[in-house]
Structure formats: structure tokens, C-alpha cells
Write a protein that binds this ligand. Sequence first.
Ligand code: SF4
Ligand code: SF4
Length: 98
Amino acid sequence: MAEPAPGRRPMDLDRARTTRGTVHVIPERCKECGFCVGYCPEDVLAFSADSNAKGYHYPVLASGREDACVHCGFCNLICPELAIFTTELADDAGGTTS
Ligand code: SF4
Ligand code: SF4
């Protein structure tokens, strides 16, 4: 987290926490529109090497970004096929996908 400008540091900044998320994908619903991959603010997602039964590549965790999901929920909101969602992880757990 970047240090705020002088005089703008919240008194409880040391207690601020970043949420972490587990990414869940339903591959057979995905139509490979790319919204979740392209607009994830943390660059968590990439397209799979495999394709689903309809021939579409679906989102998976990008290499090196396995623990990067912040559970912002944007992928869930933007997916037109309801094919991806996240759940919040406990503070001491790492990110995963299922
Ligand atoms: S919840 Fe947010 S950070 Fe996590 S994969 Fe979706 S868009 Fe990216
Ligand atoms: S937004 Fe939904 S349909 Fe589009 S690539 Fe992501 S999971 Fe697939």
C-alpha cells in the first residue's frame, strides 16, 4: 500500500486490511468474452490452455498471480454468463481457484 501524503495518513492505517479472494469458475458457462480477464484490477486472470465443450477458453489464475485476488467482485458483476465468482478468504489464507 502506498504511503499517503503528509497530513493525510489515517490514524488507523496500520489496522487496515486487504481482503483476499478465492476465484471460482464454471468453465461450461464461459463464452470467452474476455471481460473478466481484461478488466480485473489485479490482473489475476488469464485464459486457459484447454477449452470447454463449446470450444471456448475460460479464465484461470494467471501465472504468478495465484494470491492476488482481492475479492473486489468485479469479475462476478461483469460476467454476462454468471460463469465466475469469488469468495472471501480468511486473513491468513492464500488465493486459489476451483
Ligand atoms: S474478485 Fe476482483 S481481483 Fe479477484 S479475480 Fe475478480 S476482478 Fe480480479
Ligand atoms: S466474463 Fe464470464 S463469459 Fe466472459 S471470459 Fe470471463 S468467465 Fe467467460
